[in-house]
Design a protein around this ligand. Structure first.
Ligand SMILES: [Ca+2]
Ligand SMILES: [Ca+2]
Ligand SMILES: [Cu+2]
Length: 269
C-alpha cells in the first residue's frame, strides 16, 4: 500500500509505503447504482441524510434548482453549492431526477447511508486496504489500476475532468458528471472505475499518520476519528488541482457528509 510514484499530496498520508496482508475477500465489480439504491429505499423506506438535512452538495455546472434553493458556495471550493432538495434521486437539485441514470453510481449518500445500505444487503464497506488491493488489479506498485500508462494514453481510461477546471469541461472523456458504472475497461480483477467517476467510501477512519503505525495484517483503520476514508477520486479530478485519481490517493469527509461525486461499492460480509 501507499504511493509509489511520488505523486502523494502532503497531508493525505499516502506514505510510507508498506506491505499488507489481507484475508480473501469478494468485492463488487462496480459501485452501487441508482437502480440498486432504489431497491433498498423501496424495500425499507430509508431516508438518506441529505433528505433529512434538506440539502446536499452539488457541483455548480450540475445544479438544477430554482435560485431560492441554492444556499451558497463552500469556502475555498466555490464550485460546490449547497442545494436544498438535492439528494440521491435528485442529483442536481429539485429540478433533476435519475430517469435514464439507473446504471449510474448512486451519489449524495453519506458514509452512514452507505453502511445502512450494506446492512440491508448483507454486505459491508471495504477497508481502505481492501479497496487499494482491489483497485490495483494485480499490478503491483503501479500508479493506476491499469499500470503506469497515463490516464489519456491511447484514449481516456477513467472519468475525470478535461479543460480549465472548474469552468470549462471539454468532455473529452464523454462525461461532465457521472458515467454508467460499466464505462471504460475493468482492471485485472474485473473492477470498473475504481479511479475516477465517483469517490468511494471505505470503512476506516482517516488519520494522515496511520501508515506509520498500521498493522501489516488486515489493517482496519484507526480506532477513532472525525472523518471516514474516501478513495479513488471522481469526475472532478484534474491534474491542475487534484490528482487523486490514483490507486494510493486518499481523501476523507465526515460520516454525515454527502455530495454529488461520492458513492461506494460493497464487500461480502
Ligand atoms: Ca469527465
Ligand atoms: Ca471510483
Ligand atoms: Cu480529485
Amino acid at each position: 500500500m501507499g504511493d509509489s510514484s511520488g505523486d502523494q499530496n502532503p497531508g493525505d498520508g499516502e506514505v510510507p509505503r508498506h506491505e499488507v496482508t489481507l484475508d480473501a475477500f469478494e468485492i463488487d465489480a462496480t459501485t452501487v447504482t441508482n437502480a440498486d439504491f432504489a431497491r433498498f429505499v423501496d424495500a425499507t423506506g430509508y431516508r438518506t441524510e441529505a433528505e433529512t438535512f434538506g440539502f446536499s452538495a452539488v457541483f455548480h455546472l450540475a445544479v438544477a434548482a430554482d435560485p431560492g434553493d441554492i444556499m451558497g458556495q463552500a469556502d475555498g471550493t466555490p464550485w460546490w453549492f449547497g442545494v436544498q432538495g438535492a439528494d440521491w434521486a435528485h442529483p442536481g437539485g429539485p429540478l433533476s431526477d435519475v430517469d435514464g441514470l439507473a446504471d449510474h453510481p448512486v451519489t449524495h449518500v453519506s458514509w452512514n447511508d452507505a453502511v445502512a445500505y450494506c446492512d440491508w444487503a448483507g454486505r459491508r464497506l471495504p477497508t481502505e486496504a481492501e479497496w487499494e488491493y482491489a483497485a490495483r488489479g494485480g499490478v503491483d506498485g503501479a500508479k493506476y489500476p491499469w499500470g503506469d500508462a497515463e490516464v489519456n494514453d491511447g484514449g481516456w481510461r477513467a472519468n475525470i475532468w478535461q479543460g480549465a477546471f472548474p469552468r470549462e469541461n471539454t468532455l473529452d472523456d464523454g462525461w461532465l458528471t457521472t458515467a454508467p458504472v460499466r464505462t471504460f475497461e475493468p482492471n485485472g480483477f474485473g473492477l470498473w472505475q475504481p479511479v475516477g467517476n465517483v469517490w468511494e467510501w471505505c470503512q476506516d477512519w482517516f488519520d494522515p499518520g496511520w501508515y506509520g503505525r498500521s498493522p501489516a495484517a488486515s489493517p482496519a483503520g484507526p480506532e477513532a476519528g472525525a472523518m471516514r476514508i474516501l478513495r479513488g477520486g471522481s469526475y472532478l479530478c484534474h491534474i491542475s488541482y487534484c490528482n487523486r485519481y490514483r490507486n494510493s490517493a486518499r481523501s476523507s469527509n465526515t460520516p454525515d457528509s454527502s455530495m454529488g461525486n461520492a458513492g461506494f461499492r460493497t464487500v461480502a460480509a
